[in-house]
Design a protein around this ligand. Sequence first.
Ligand SMILES: *Cc1c(COP(=O)(O)O)cnc(C)c1O
Length: 396
Amino acid sequence: MRFKSWDWRQTLEEIEARGLKRHKLTLESAQGVRVRVDGRTFLSFASNDYLSLANHFEIKAAAEDALKRFGVGSGASHMVLGHHAAHADLESALATFTHRERAITFSTGYMANLAMVASIADSKTLILQDKLNHASLIDAAALSGARSQRYLHNNLQSLEKYLVKATENPEYEKVLVLSDGVFSMDGDVAKLCSLSELCQRYNALLAVDDAHGFGVLGEHGGGVVEHFGLTSQQVPLLVGTFGKAFGTAGAFIAGNNEIIEYIEQKARAYIYTTAMPPAIAAATQKSLFLIGRAHSERAHLQNLGRFFREQATDLGFDVLPSVTAIQGVLIGESTAVMSLANYLNMQGILVGAIRPPTVAPGKARLRITLCADHSQVDVQRLIDALARAKQEGVMQ
Ligand SMILES: *Cc1c(COP(=O)(O)O)cnc(C)c1O
């Protein structure tokens, strides 16, 4: 026998022994702050449905209406015959919303990032990206064939060091800088003003993936870019996803006409895949409309966040600073975070327990997400459960 057989079991046992086994729950209800799992109702702080739009009646009505008129499947890829009027309408609404010339839509954010990075970067490009960027940006860099380096999280000195070094290397003709807008596991915000200034100084192209900022930050829900008042010159490429605050599915890239045209012509992850169902595009357009007007929901999220951080800090928890819907509570060891999450689960509360390799070793944490439908009473219930966990020494 020339080849080895695969040994799945050893790896699986290792994962289990290190407390890193991932379990998924099966939802028996619609997404929301109250969900059914295993026949029980839980108070959930574990979704990314920040504006509670995933089961919103107006968005469902828009989807149903489009479903009746246009059917289920898009039927083809965009460049063949799958690009429906619903996609075209959504793309122009997104361009207006982001104050950019053009937007292009994708079935998932993972694909939008693959499409963007792999079409733009080649072997003569250096990609510099934040150490805590989303996995899809990291994978996209690998797929592009470009050299990729990761600078220290939100550290402009570290980025500049790499930029200075790159200017001395004749192999690099261009530089692409990638950053999350809101970091998905910490909930902190990229230092976008200094980041864009630094990129402009070195003539590096900046692309920002604001999956968690859209809908939540900015007066009209325009995300980090609106939060900091940055123009399309300052942030030339902007990615947003629909699976978080939009409450639907898919993603977009917005930028000037040429850059979006370039991606459309070149990106394999755009060309060789079926367009998202038109009903999802229509539903997303409704959700975009609702996001623009969700001023009180955004204010409510800020209030809940402040309340949660104050109370949890008072209990002695290490709460990460955040102005977003993502609230991180640093615990440390994977086993401790699992015990705490299981304890909360027994109390009828669902939270995210985030462990390596998603975060660095020793940095396991609870990832608590706040949604528009949460009340202060809901958050108080979480705080009370955390207080009991602490008293009972659950994390030891
Ligand atoms: C969720 C997320 C993605 C992936 O988007 P999907 O639509 O879920 O594939 C990409 N980037 C960031 C920062 C994300 O949080």
